[in-house]
Design a protein around this ligand. Structure first.
Ligand code: ADP
Length: 397
């Protein structure tokens, strides 16, 4: 008998869901996926079926509550109408922060919820929105087992040498100020499929570039994380759609002391106005729009992004003693041949030889884009964080 697994990815203004059906020993299959966007403003519910056809597209009436609680109840009621009495037995939640405590998925218990609440100071913008749906679903689906899947867990294998900031040691020990790393569920998915794609890469030294609106990179040795570009928060490392990436801490002091900016203004600048959007002079945070623009600053932003990926690749390769494989994934990594080419051309000295024809192919399948004799094998591998959560939730119960 197959089971239904609900995957929830909740943020401050949206809740994404995927409903999977288990299929014997094979990977769970998607039945429906969708989201409620615009919470607290004008919630809009959209969903697609297994064939990727739109099956829901509605703005919620103005007189209903616009909060997470109502959004989840609406979503579950919509699903219930389509399940013919079948029960959702398992729920997997994406949780952004697991601190140093949680290095694997966890079954939800009162102690776990208390543990997650203790981590709120480390991720105040995200963790509360990840915890709230767990509590709401305890009420809506009292018989379902809930599992939390952490974005930081994959990075707990990093040696301290790569995790710590060079602050006094007690800041890491007592205050938890260290590089946790994020996008872990995406890296775990890539690590789970790499052995079938390239054994040498799976056993050896691989750098994975997760390039989306949020971007990060990780160095894997035998599919275990050794170093990653994101840090204490998801602000460090590569520039992103609107986030600045790594920045000299002295700039922040200057913004405060000289330009008299307060914490809220600096947060807005670093998270919402920087990255591709800021570098392009406000043209766009979206790679497709930058590619379509003739403005010199749009090209500058793309070149800057690629250069930072190149520099981080070399730094990560140094942390694992060389490079056997480079993997591109997420929205830009999977779809943008230009960024991949810009990066690979600048990494020739490291043994990367891109196959231009293979790089130009558009496909949703994993594929090799380096020449047969390239010292470093380069792949495009579509990521699937929702499937990773469904797998982890099932394995945990
Ligand atoms: P998120 O971090 O929000 O999950 P995604 O992984 O969906 O983001 O990536 C979004 C980015 O991918 C955007 O910059 C978008 O422009 C880019 N992208 C999506 N499709 C293409 C494409 N065909 N060509 C170039 N860039 C693309």
């Amino acid at each position: 008998m197959s089971d239904l697994v609900l995957v929830i990815n909740a943020g401050s203004s949206s809740i994404k869901f995927s409903l999977f059906e288990t299929a014997g020993a094979a990977d769970p299959q998607v039945l429906f996926k969708g989201q409620m966007e615009g919470l607290y403003v004008e919630p809009k519910f959209t969903a697609k079926d297994a064939a990727d056809q739109k099956v829901a597209d509605e703005v919620l009436p103005a007189d209903v509550p616009k909060n997470h609680d109502h959004a989840l109840r609406h979503m579950l009621a919509w699903l219930e109408q389509r399940l013919g009495g079948r029960e959702i037995k398992v729920v997997g939640h994406r949780v952004v922060h697991g601190g140093t405590q949680y290095s694997k998925p966890e079954l939800v218990t009162p102690a776990l919820i208390a543990g997650l609440e203790a981590l709120i100071p480390l991720a105040p913008l995200h963790e509360p929105h990840n915890i709230a749906p767990i509590k709401i679903l305890q009420d809506i689906l009292p018989n379902a087992a809930q599992v939390t899947c952490f974005d930081t867990a994959f990075h707990t294998t990093q040696p301290e040498l790569n995790q710590l900031f060079a602050l006094p040691y007690e800041f890491a020990q007592k205050e938890g100020i260290r590089r946790y790393g994020f996008h872990g569920l995406s890296y775990e998915y890539i690590a789970s499929v790499l052995p079938q794609i390239d054994t040498r890469a799976a056993e050896g030294r691989t750098v994975v570039a997760h390039l989306g609106n949020g971007s990060s990179m990780s160095a894997l040795l035998g599919c275990e994380c050794q170093a990653t570009t994101m840090g204490f928060t998801a602000l460090e490392g590569l520039p992103m759609g609107t986030r600045c990436g790594s920045i000299d801490g002295g700039v922040l002091l200057h913004l405060m002391n000289h330009l008299k900016m307060d914490a809220k203004q600096i947060e807005t600048l670093l998270y919402k106005e920087s990255g591709l959007l800021g570098l392009s002079g406000g043209i766009s945070s979206d790679m497709r729009a930058l590619q379509a623009s003739d403005e010199p600053l749009a090209k500058f932003a793309i070149d800057y992004f690629a250069r930072r990926i190149v520099r981080e690749t070399a730094s990560l390769a140094a942390a694992i003693g060389g490079l056997d494989c480079l993997v591109f994934t997420a929205g830009i990594g999977e779809n943008d041949a230009l960024t991949r080419a810009l990066v690979c051309h600048q990494l020739r000295w490291l043994g990367v030889e891109i196959d231009e024809a293979a790089n130009a192919v558009r496909s949703g399948e994993p594929r090799r884009i380096s020449l047969a004799d390239s010292k470093v094998a380069v792949y495009v591998i579509p990521t699937n964080e929702e499937l990773m959560i469904a797998r982890q939730a099932l394995a945990t119960i």
